[in-house]
Design a protein around this ligand. Structure first.
Ligand code: BG6
Ligand code: MG
Length: 218
């Protein structure tokens, strides 16, 4: 049976995917690099460095310049997350977290972001979470399974006892690579490879998930 849930943060628990997008857009505009909301779709769940490399494309920058741009984007992003409060949790998130906790399910965070802890704190859900795997936990970014395997280990569970909740294609790929079940949040064009696909967390209940996962073996 399912014993643990591993939640991505940005775009799953709250709308920080939008804040990441705006920070990248600001940087791209300043650098005169072509970028827009559609191009940003490819960056969902992707690490800071990989995201920047994707945006600069063929343009040549020194390592120092890349480092400065990553720091600048992060300043914009960190500035934008200061306003986050528990009201910024996506609808259904707190209900699901509380239900899982009451059912004795372990809850971990599996986010590529080095800012995940700050976001969790600002959302006021630290007390509902058993372990955090973030952008500082492992070397290889999603779609490698390392981050989720690290999270599972933190909560003392085998991967096949865990369900990953993700909004990114690379996140679902990471869950599959790690031998975990997955719930994709968003359109099937993005998270269609997940065992279960839902538009958001509204009305997502453990009992339904368990039933659906039995019908859809990994
Ligand atoms: C992921 C986001 O959760 O974290 C990406 O979906 C982001 O957009 C990545 O690039 C890394 O985040 P950070 O905060 O370490 O730059
Ligand atoms: Mg995400």
């Amino acid at each position: 049976d399912i014993q643990g849930f591993i939640f991505d943060v940005d775009g799953v628990l709250t709308d920080t995917a939008e804040f990441h997008y705006r920070a990248w857009q600001r940087l791209a505009d300043e650098e005169g690099l072509p970028f827009n909301r559609q191009a940003n779709e490819a960056l969902r769940g992707v690490s800071r460095r990989e995201s920047l490399l994707h945006i600069v494309g063929d343009r040549q920058y020194s390592e120092a310049a890349l480092g400065e741009m990553m720091a600048r984007k992060n300043r914009y992003y960190v500035e934008s997350i200061q306003t986050i409060t528990p009201k910024n949790l996506f609808p259904g998130a707190i209900e699901l977290l509380q239900e899982l906790r009451q059912a004795g399910i372990k809850i971990a965070i599996g986010s590529a972001s080095k800012n995940a802890r700050t976001v969790i704190e600002k959302l006021g859900i630290g007390n509902l979470i058993d372990a955090i795997a973030d952008g500082d936990s492992v070397a290889l970014p999603k779609p490698a399974p390392d981050l989720f395997l690290f999270a599972a280990k933190q909560i003392g569970l085998d991967p096949d006892r865990c369900v990953v909740v993700e909004d990114a294609t690379v996140g679902i790929e990471a869950a599959i690579a790690g031998g975990m079940l997955s719930i994709g949040i968003g359109p099937a064009t993005r998270v269609g490879a997940a065992n279960i696909v839902r538009p958001n967390l509204i009305g997502v209940h453990l009992i339904d998930i368990q039933a659906q996962l039995k019908l859809a073996p990994a």
